[in-house]
Design a protein around this ligand. Structure first.
Ligand SMILES: Nc1nc2c(c(=O)[nH]1)N[C@H]1C(S)=C(S)[C@@H](COP(=O)(O)O)O[C@H]1N2
Ligand SMILES: [Mo]
Length: 322
């Protein structure tokens, strides 16, 4: 569906215009580059709970060489076209049903094959970490895509602090389970909590991000506040939202979608135009906000991130390990 201009609120136009201007200015001034530090989040227009997170985000945000220069989707697209079944199964529902969710305070329970385990406060995990902006393509298994300017911490940095043991071959992530706060969990759409996992070398790959923000602001609830995984070369369902458990494991965990439909959703879920979903082709995708009259662009293997990640799968049959 093509959005008409009247759908976009003036406040969002202003935010994005300021944001783009800042990037353009910094790029023109030659300031944006690897490891460069630019200004942080704007406080205007945030709710009280967002403000407390914004203090964390108001630190310097470094630009990343991993960012695409494709134009990001609008804040409106990114925050109103969502998959977050804990807040409803229709795309427009999470924005509405997660409006009053209070992400803070938030703790993350870390367990399994690591030297450092226990319960950690979100603020302690994020504070003192260098935040980075990563503008990544997001390709959903449903054959639509977006470009999202995430803010986050390299997953390798976050996980290293727990000193994973050599027996840790995989890492599992879980979403908060609390049907009072996440009303979609009252229905057995999936076996809750939502679970995902990565092989350790995938989790430690420099592209893998623990996102805490988008467009320079704290993560909106519907995008997985206060922190969510982003693995840009895999289908979107791997990028689990609102993480409150991390488990280092010796054996491969079973992810929620794998459990619910193993022939449709594998553990690896690498974006691959050559391997069709049993019910539809993965050869092309609809870029949200840009696709006119249903036009679709070709999908690229590993979502275009092959130079960084293809070697992780050397010698593996990606048709069998879909
Ligand atoms: N906990 C949880 N995480 C989730 C989902 C979900 O339903 N629950 N949906 C996934 C899917 S299918 C996609 S495409 C992305 C969408 O992220 P976005 O809404 O921020 O674009 O989140 C993923 N993470
Ligand atoms: Mo998805």
């Amino acid at each position: 569906m093509k959005r008409v201009d009247s759908d976009i609120k003036p406040s969002q136009i202003t935010d994005e215009a300021l944001y783009r201007d800042r990037r353009r200015f910094l790029a023109a001034a030659g300031v944006i580059g690897a490891g460069t530090v630019v200004g942080g989040a704007t406080l205007a227009g945030l709710t009280m709970s967002e403000r407390s997170v914004a203090r964390e985000l108001s630190g310097d945000v470094a630009q990343s060489p991993f960012s695409t220069d494709e134009p990001p989707n609008s804040f409106e697209d990114i925050t109103t076209y969502n998959n977050f079944y804990e807040f409803g199964t229709a795309k427009h529902q999470p924005a509405v049903m997660a409006k009053d969710f209070e992400p803070l305070p938030w703790t993350v329970e870390v367990s399994g094959e690591a030297e450092v385990t226990g319960t950690f406060d979100y603020e302690d995990l994020v504070r003192e970490q260098q935040l980075e902006e990563r503008i990544y393509r997001l390709r959903c298994v449903e054959a639509w895509s977006m470009v999202v300017p995430w803010v986050g911490i390299p997953m390798a940095t976050l996980l290293s602090r727990f000193k994973p043991l050599s027996s840790a071959k995989y890492v599992e992530f879980q979403t908060l389970f609390d049907p009072k706060r996440m009303p979609g969990q009252r229905r057995p759409v999936l076996r809750w909590p939502y679970r995902e996992g990565l092989r350790m070398d995938e989790a430690m790959n420099p592209l893998t991000l623990m996102a805490v923000g988008v467009y320079g602001k704290p993560l909106p609830n519907q995008n997985g506040a206060p922190m969510r995984l982003v693995v840009p070369w895999k289908y979107g369902f791997k990028s689990i939202k609102s993480i409150n458990r991390i488990v280092f494991r010796e054996s491969q965990p079973v992810s929620s979608w794998e459990q619910s439909a193993p022939h449709e959703y594998g553990f690896y879920a690498n974006v691959n135009p050559e391997v069709a979903h049993p019910r539809w082709s993965q050869a092309r995708e609809r870029r949200i906000g840009q696709s006119l009259f249903g036009s679709r662009q070709p999908t690229i293997k590993f979502n275009g991130y092959g130079e960084h990640v293809a070697q992780l799968y050397d010698g593996m049959d990606l048709r069998r390990n879909y």
